[in-house]
Each structure stands twice: as C-alpha cells, then as structure tokens.
Design a protein around this ligand. Structure first.
Ligand SMILES: *Cc1c(COP(=O)(O)O)cnc(C)c1O
Length: 236
C-alpha cells in the first residue's frame, strides 16, 4: 500500500462516500494533495494519476519542485504553511492560492507583490478555531475586522477560511470544531463583505470525513496519499 495510485484511489473513494453521506455533491469538494517533504518525482506520479492541486508548506522546497515540474503547466499550487514577511514576494509570484493568511501585514505584502498580469491571488484566512495558545490563525473574535480589511486589497481574492483543529479528537468533536468554521463563514457572508467567500479549507488525513460532513470544500491530504513523511523538513 505504498503505491500512490492505490492511495489516491482510496482517498477519492473516502471523499465520495463522505460527500454522499453528507448529501453533498462530490464536485463541491476539491482534493489538495499535500506534498511537503515529498520529492518532485512523487508529485509527478500523483499528477500522472490525475492529481492537479498540490499544497506546500516550505517556500524553497516548493520552488525547487515547481522548477522540476515546470513541464506540467496545469498544476495548481497552494501555499498552506506559515508565512514570513520576507517570503511574501515569492509566494505571491509562484502560487495560485494561499490558505494560511492570518495577519493584515502579510496580506498587504502579498497584494502588493502579486504581479498585475496574474489573476488576484486566492486567499483563505486561517482561524485558530480551538483557541490553542501556540497555534497560527486569527481568533474568531478578530476575524470580521481582518476579513473586511483583506477583502479591500486589490490583488487578493478572499475566498474563505482555513482551520486545523486541535489533534486527538473523536469524530464528533472534530465535526463540532469544523462546524464552528462553517458558522463563521456564514456570519461573514452576512456582514456584506464583497468577496466570494465560497471556500472552507478544512480536513486532513485523520479527519476528512468530519470536515466534509461540516461543509468542507477543500480537503488537504498528505499522509493518506503519499504515505508517512520521513523526517520533517526543517526549511521554511
Ligand atoms: C501537513 C499538512 C496537511 C496534511 O496533513 P496529513 O495529516 O498528512 O494529511 C494539511 N494541512 C496542513 C496545513 C499541513 O501542514
């Protein structure tokens, strides 16, 4: 079971089952293959089995892979890791999506650096849904103000919200966390923010079913597609 084709097929089947159980169309849910620490060759294999959306956490590692896979021009690259100020230019230039925006300063820098000939950068705001002290993400209380400010930035397209719940929960508690994010996006829509707000990026290998039950439109799956990650990369 280390073959990417089998693993990808399994994940796709889980996605389909979860969508069906939630009474949701499968086409509403996009699969992001989280490829941090995986070699360009592994990504190429997933591509050959039909995967087009890839999520990366570490900028330099991602840029190297983008170069190695430059012949696969229809890959859609998603940046999902913590963002340092000095990395915003390269991220704005080399990705279609950023899921992990949680500060206005970073959002402004991404908007300023987004090349004008490209479509506005799609962004999600990361929310610290379980109020974990050391976790990235804006608090639910500060979300409306941040969302309004980001929606006004010209070269960003505020697509929605992203969250990583606290680990170690059962299905029921996972779903309760994810439902909080669903409720937050619904309240944001009611504030009249002029952005699509059509995206809930939530759900990883261990909790994709709960995320889909709660309304996820993008799930970010690493381990269950590529197998366990060897050593965690220390690059940023
Ligand atoms: C690594 C990572 C994932 C994938 O996690 P798995 O448990 O391997 O599926 C998803 N989202 C983010 C933000 C990650 O850093």
């Amino acid at each position: 079971m280390h073959k990417i084709d089998e693993k990808l097929a399994n994940v796709t089947a889980r996605l389909e089952r979860a969508a069906e159980q939630a009474g949701r169309p499968r086409t509403e849910i996009m699969l992001i293959a989280v490829s941090k620490t995986q070699s360009a060759e592994r990504l190429r294999q997933a591509y050959q089995w039909g995967q087009r959306r890839f999520g990366e956490n570490y900028l330099q590692e991602a840029l190297d892979k983008q170069q190695a896979l430059a012949d696969l021009s229809d890959i859609e690259w998603h940046f999902i890791g913590p963002i340092q100020s000095n990395k915003t230019r390269a991220i704005a230039e080399h990705f279609s999506w950023v899921h992990s925006v949680d500060r206005l300063k970073i959002a402004r820098r991404l908007s300023d650096a987004r090349p004008p000939e490209l479509e506005p950068l799609n962004v999600c705001i990361q929310v610290n849904i379980d109020s974990e002290p050391s976790k990235a993400g804006v608090s639910p209380e500060q979300l409306p103000e941040l969302a309004a400010a980001i929606a006004a930035l010209p070269q960003l397209n505020l697509r929605g919200l992203m969250a990583i719940p606290a680990p170690g929960k059962n299905h029921h508690d996972q779903q309760a966390s994810f439902t909080q994010l669903t409720n937050l996006i619904q309240s944001l829509r009611q504030t009249g923010v002029s952005s699509p707000l059509d995206t809930l990026s939530m759900g990883m290998s261990a909790d994709l079913e709960a995320a889909i039950a709660a309304g996820a439109t993008m799930v970010r799956i690493g381990t269950d597609i590529f197998g366990p990650r060897a050593a965690q990369s220390t690059q940023v």
